[in-house]
Design a protein around this ligand. Structure first.
Ligand SMILES: [Zn+2]
Length: 401
């Protein structure tokens, strides 16, 4: 496999690098997981997963996620933008330590949330003026609840503002069912859950006049969240029809002219995912499954250490034994992170993007709290012993000087 390293740098990428990455994904037939993050902890877990999977990754923040990042105690209309910017700044500060390419993206923005979008764009413009690139690499506008004409014209207006900074635009046409982040589409007309090739083409025609850095989240029966099977039928083969139609209209030979995005894929089969990717899906959103994983990591930790988590002092080993090593947030949050890391890696595998990027930093042998991930080999232990030994010698030398 030819590695992506020659094409895009590690760290937060924007502009041409984002386009190059999506073109690579489209031509080689893989998609990049876009994981919703709400904290520095979840951002770090996602980047660590990408490093372990040797994969590029997308970190995305929703309006509610941004507000959470700002703080649940803040009731200010600008808190979602401020928190989204804070999350992006955190990733900007630490991404280089993970050694893989990261796209910063914002999730669904409906019409009533446009002030949030404006706030992030203002931060992008500010960042651009200082550093020559936007803060985020990509944003999503979701005006799919509005009539198509209005949806497309608002997207065009925003895209014109984003294009000079080379910010990617993801837009939605057709509706993703289910419930996510306070948007409830559980009772929408089922026909609206499937976008037609003509609708997708109308988007392509309008946006391509402004630039080529955009993708379409076309609905093919997708539902946010996990529901019992049988509620809706996922039809990823419909995405191939969008490509065929656009190809015919454009009279071009490239097989997949449109960059597509998959939402509401929790609970879908591997085969459905692969069909979607084969038909030009370059980004798949992951939220519900990683939410569960994060919780499940904590749940299992609490279950196996319950007797050590009932008070600051006193456990089965003695009434005077301290429990700080169990309730320190770095211990139990780390367990949540580890479970989330494993789940993100599963998504990298399912989407075929594992192994495309050689991390520019080495995988550490030990986790940050110093507990070995696996039992290290005797050779490693000897090497560690030698290192400790030489460090002790050095210290002795410094002290003795
Ligand atoms: Zn979505």
């Amino acid at each position: 496999m030819s590695m992506l390293n020659a094409l895009v740098p590690s760290g937060v990428i924007t502009g041409d690098d984002v386009l190059t990455l999506f073109e690579d994904a489209r031509s080689k037939g893989y998609a990049i997981p876009a994981v919703n993050c709400t904290s520095s902890s979840t951002c770090n877990a996602v980047m660590e997963a990408a490093r372990k999977a040797k994969s590029p990754i997308i970190i995305q923040v929703s309006n509610g996620g941004g507000a959470f990042m700002c703080g649940k105690g803040i009731k200010d209309p600008n808190s979602a933008a401020a928190g989204s910017v804070a999350l992006a700044m955190h990733v900007r500060s630490v991404a280089k330590f993970y050694g893989i390419p990261v796209i910063l993206h914002s999730d669904h923005c409906a019409k009533n949330l446009l002030p949030w979008f404006d706030g992030m764009l203002a931060a992008d413009e500010d960042f651009y003026n200082k550093y020559g690139e936007p803060l985020f690499g990509s944003h999503m506008l979701d005006l799919s609840e509005e009539p198509d004409d209005e949806n497309i014209s608002i997207c065009v207006e925003y895209f014109k503002r984003m294009a000079p900074m080379k910010i990617w635009l993801e837009m939605e046409i057709g509706i993703t069912g289910g419930e996510e982040d306070g948007v409830n589409n559980e009772h929408v007309d089922p026909e609206k859950l499937y976008t037609s090739p003509e609708q997708v083409w109308a988007v392509y025609e309008a946006l391509s006049k402004v630039g080529d850095m955009f993708s379409v989240a076309a609905a093919f029966g997708n539902v946010h969240g996990v529901y019992k099977p049988g509620n809706v039928k996922l039809s990823p083969e419909r995405l191939g029809k969008h490509q065929e139609y656009a190809k015919k209209m454009l009279n071009v030979s490239i097989p997949k002219p449109i960059f597509l995005v998959m939402h509401g894929g929790s609970g879908s089969t591997d085969e459905e995912i692969m069909t979607a990717v084969k038909n030009g899906v370059v980004k798949m959103n992951i939220d519900t499954d990683t939410q569960w994983a994060y919780w499940d990591g904590l749940r299992q930790f609490e279950k196996s250490n319950r007797d050590f988590l009932q008070g600051q002092i006193g456990n089965p080993n003695g009434a005077d034994k301290p429990n700080k090593k169990y309730y320190d947030p770095r211990v139990w949050i780390r367990k949540a992170e580890e479970a989330m890391i494993a789940r993100v890696m599963v998504s990298c595998d399912k989407l075929g993007c594992t192994g495309h990027y050689e991390p520019t930093v080495d995988e550490p042998a030990y986790s940050q709290l110093g507990t070995p991930k696996k039992m290290p080999s005797p050779v490693l232990l000897m090497a560690a012993g030698a290192l400790v030994g030489s460090a002790a010698t050095m210290m002795f030398k410094v002290v003795g000087k």
